[in-house]
Design a protein. Structure first.
Length: 262
């Protein structure tokens, strides 16, 4: 058990309308024999409180107490069995926990983005910069190792801040590559090494580049990728690019193989 946030129900205020049971994507809320909302299982509740917005009587609140950890894989299986695959795809954290491709959520469904401008298109201060993003999603928590766009791809693993610091990010780094973004300091990185290793192992990548900032905490992303390469068993070279906070590339993309960590 751990101390975390979880939904609590005031039975005296609950009128049994059932709106919360459908608003909860994880299927954590059900109506009991007295037509009152209850938690089906505590580990299904992510504690984010999406159900609070639909309760007409104010019977729901989020409190902090010692309970079982939220289990997205268990919630996914529960919703898959009770509501089907489309509903299961909307379970919070399901794609990251199960390693499965998202099944229907518009925000995390794997998509190829087709370029619509010619290579010879005009450039200049009055011409909008062209996006080089060629797939969706991009956040490491959301991408699936099974996404077809990773097959034989050149992959860029970029720290979140790099695209904001480097003005030419799309043209200089992203063009021609599939993108994965992450923050080694602020993300919950559990499972990142395993997911990256699966992406490497399954897809026959042509190249793998890591872009990080000069700030010390950002180097953790490069180490995660090195660990993933080792775990995958695929001897792919890892290229590292380092960007300063003034927007300059301070370490050019020199080749570096991911050998044993020291």
């Amino acid at each position: 058990m751990t101390r975390r946030k979880i939904v609590a129900i005031d039975r005296a205020l609950c009128d049994g309308c059932g709106l919360c049971t459908t608003a909860c994507a994880e299927g954590a809320l059900v109506l009991d024999a007295e037509n009152k909302a209850v938690l089906a299982r505590e580990l299904f509740c992510d504690g984010l409180g999406a159900c609070l917005d639909v309760c007409p009587t104010g019977a729901l609140r989020v409190e902090e107490r010692d309970v079982d950890d939220y289990d997205p894989a268990a919630a996914f299986d529960h919703v898959l069995a009770s509501r089907g695959p489309d509903a299961a795809s909307r379970v919070h954290g399901a794609s990251a926990a199960t390693g499965a491709a998202p099944l229907g959520c518009p925000g995390s469904a794997a998509r190829d983005i087709q370029a619509d401008a010619e290579e010879g298109a005009p450039e200049g201060p009055d011409v909008p910069a062209k996006s080089r993003l060629s797939q969706w999603p991009i956040q490491l928590q959301l991408v699936s190792p099974l996404a077809p766009y990773f097959q034989g791809a050149d992959v860029l693993v970029a720290a979140d801040c790099t695209a904001f610091a480097l003005g030419g990010f799309h043209g200089e780094l992203l063009k021609g590559k599939k993108l994965v973004i992450a923050c080694p300091k602020l993300d919950d990185c559990d499972g990142y090494v395993d997911k990256l290793a699966e992406i490497i192992r399954r897809n026959g990548l042509r190249s793998l580049t890591v872009a990080i900032m000069t700030v010390p905490c950002c180097s953790g992303l490069f180490r995660l990728v090195q660990q993933a390469v080792e775990a995958s068993g695929i001897p792919i070279e890892v290229r590292k690019i380092v960007i300063d906070i003034d927007g300059k590339i301070v370490a050019p993309p020199a080749g570096r193989s991911a050998g044993p960590l020291k």
